[in-house]
Write a protein that binds this ligand. Sequence first.
Ligand SMILES: NC(=O)C1=CN([C@@H]2O[C@H](COP(=O)(O)OP(=O)(O)OC[C@H]3O[C@@H](n4cnc5c(N)ncnc54)[C@H](OP(=O)(O)O)[C@@H]3O)[C@@H](O)[C@H]2O)C=CC1
Ligand SMILES: CC1=C(/C=C/C(C)=C/C=C/C(C)=C/C=O)C(C)(C)CCC1
Length: 297
Amino acid sequence: PSIRKFFAGGVCRTNVQLPGKVVVITGANTGIGKETARELASRGARVYIACRDVLKGESAASEIRVDTKNSQVLVRKLDLSDTKSIRAFAEAFLAEEKQLHILINNAGVMMCPYSKTADGFETHLGVNHLGHFLLTYLLLERLKVSAPARVVNVSSVVHHIGKIRFHDLQSEKRYSRGFAYCHSKLANILFTRELAKRLQGTGVTTYAVHPGVVRSELVRHSSLLCLLWRLFSPFVKTAREGAQTSLHCALAEGLEPLSGKYFSDCKRTWVSPRARNNKTAERLWNVSCELLGIRWE
Ligand SMILES: NC(=O)C1=CN([C@@H]2O[C@H](COP(=O)(O)OP(=O)(O)OC[C@H]3O[C@@H](n4cnc5c(N)ncnc54)[C@H](OP(=O)(O)O)[C@@H]3O)[C@@H](O)[C@H]2O)C=CC1
Ligand SMILES: CC1=C(/C=C/C(C)=C/C=C/C(C)=C/C=O)C(C)(C)CCC1
């Protein structure tokens, strides 16, 4: 049990309750997102599960409603691989809710065979980075009017081996499904860094997270990782354990001075030198705006 406790990692210890607060979590029908949603619902928030498969979302939501006795767990369609779907989600949400206190950009894909999103972006870049970039842009005014508000971006320790390959962002010249994931997770951290800079003084803060190595459906495209996860299961976190750092960044008091930083096991952690490069962060921001056809000053 003590070895298990060691591998379970940090625990979010705040008692903050969330009556009247509104939360959006992407990819919360399963894995880390679902457990994050469960905990936020148990603290009384109205939680929007934003997912691409509404049936899967409804099944998670009904389980969470029963478990937490919170009927305010709602499911909305959001496919991050299609900017039309992201815009439709945001439009409907903005019409429905006057406030948004916590946005958790959690959804992700890993190691998919080469494919492109509806808008022609390489899938890891398109879903993990650009999709969340656009979603945040579309919801930002609502976060600002609800301040203090937070944006949590779920990244990964594998950002350490990621690179932003500006000369081949869509991996058309060279594609490695493992590295494509790492690049997109580095993009999550650079986005968080630049967003924090631009949000100074607004009352909206943002954090990047490594959840740990967690048992979930993320490894679905790699039979090797599926096997490794099973073999080493005592050392792999449960989804509930994996949700702790996202919860810490969404809830812990006094975190505002650390906006833009990266957390693991509920503590601030060092990022790779590439993830600290302000020029890369700014360039990625500008290129992302160009690709998405938005103006975000
Ligand atoms: N598990 C781990 O060890 C680690 C995970 N992470 C990160 O944690 C986050 C959560 O992953 P985890 O819970 O492990 O993985 P899961 O695969 O269990 O969950 C990922 C979620 O993202 C959703 N998703 C995938 N593509 C899209 C899309 N196009 N539009 C909307 N939603 C989508 C999935 O939906 P659906 O169910 O329909 O496929 C699912 O709900 C990810 O960002 C991942 O990169 C980081 C480090 C380690
Ligand atoms: C070496 C090793 C492991 C493998 C770790 C790996 C392969 C981590 C991959 C992390 C990922 C995919 C992060 C996603 O963002 C285990 C199984 C923990 C058990 C202990 C030894």
